[in-house]
Design a protein around this ligand. Structure first.
Ligand SMILES: NC(=O)c1ccc[n+]([C@@H]2O[C@H](COP(=O)([O-])OP(=O)(O)OC[C@H]3O[C@@H](n4cnc5c(N)ncnc54)[C@H](OP(=O)(O)O)[C@@H]3O)[C@@H](O)[C@H]2O)c1
Length: 274
């Protein structure tokens, strides 16, 4: 049986939908279950052993929106409970190696270490940035003619959530079926196939919508001020600025990726996602 956690989240719900279509036995894990879903709350470690009962392959979607100590405690609870419940393989959604300098990296790498020391097989999916993170700015650009994003002169090889979900579901299904499970012990780099900067995005949106759209880079300082003014908690302001600081610094444009090899078709283009 396969379980996916975070099943009502944006990525988890896509993975759950793809798993449901696979014909395998699948159960959704979520903090607020309905129907056949099970309650899975990483902040309630004592409940996890029961939640993971009978699960062969666990797709553990990172539960990242918290301070690092909270995130690491959550993920440690998952690893311990999965070991105690006899889970055979854990598939963890981590962070691309290109994001090594981001402030969210320590919690992901600490989780990878915990997984590496666990008694079950592991597959690490090092996900790149979601193309969807740029959607709101793209929508505003179409409305106003100005694409305001804190990318500086940097580019990002963003991936569609849909593709990341397809890859996760494929790995889980093949791990569950145990037919030539080549995914055991693998660390996959899953970034998009195309690096796009602000100018690239603006001209693609211009062509798509038949109107002039200009790129106006937002400074990291103004971005931080806007996030703070919007009421985001301090850790989230810091992490979000750090993500875009890494784009500015030119670290996120690499397109070498294991994603095409895990998809049935070509990767979705970030510009099409937008
Ligand atoms: N690659 C990227 O660009 C990127 C961007 C943002 C975040 N992320 C990471 O990727 C994860 C999935 O992204 P997403 O877009 O699907 O985020 P999302 O829509 O916010 O979903 C995150 C899900 O995590 C689950 N969760 C939160 N706290 C939990 C807890 N204490 N115990 C168990 N599950 C918990 C929740 O699922 P339920 O509601 O079903 O319980 C929540 O819906 C995020 O949590 C974050 O770690 C990646």
């Amino acid at each position: 049986m396969i379980m996916v956690t975070g099943a009502s989240g944006a990525l988890g719900s896509l993975i759950a939908a793809k798993l449901a279509a696979s014909g395998r036995e699948v159960v959704a894990g979520t903090r607020r279950p309905t129907g056949s879903a099970r309650r899975v709350d990483f902040d309630a470690p004592d409940s996890l052993a029961e939640a993971f009962g009978g699960v062969d392959v666990l797709v553990a979607v990172s539960a990242g929106f918290a301070e690092d100590d909270v995130v690491i405690a959550r993920h440690r609870a998952v690893v311990e409970a999965a070991a105690n419940a006899g889970v055979r393989q854990v598939v963890y959604t981590s962070l691309t190696g290109a994001g090594e300098h981001m402030s969210i990296a320590p919690a992901h790498r600490a989780t990878e270490r915990l997984l590496a020391a666990a008694p079950f097989a592991v597959t690490v999916l090092r996900n790149g940035l979601y193309a969807e993170l740029l959607s709101q700015a793209a929508e505003q650009a179409v409305a106003t003619g100005v694409l305001t994003l804190p990318l500086g002169g940097g580019k990002v090889a963003a991936a569609a959530r849909e593709d990341l979900a397809e890859a996760a579901a494929r790995v889980a299904v093949e791990a569950d079926a145990q037919v030539d499970n080549a995914h055991r012990g693998r660390v996959y780099e899953l970034v998009g196939s195309e690096a796009l900067g602000g100018e690239d995005l603006a001209s693609a949106l211009s062509a798509e919508h038949g109107k002039e759209i200009a790129y106006a880079p937002l400074s990291l300082g103004d971005f931080r001020a806007a996030l703070t003014a919007a009421g985001l908690p301090p850790f989230q302001v810091a992490h979000t600025v750090s993500v875009f600081a890494n784009v500015n610094a030119g670290f996120m444009g690499g397109t070498e990726s294991d994603l095409p090899g895990l998809l049935a078709g070509a990767p979705r283009r970030a510009i099409d996602v937008l």
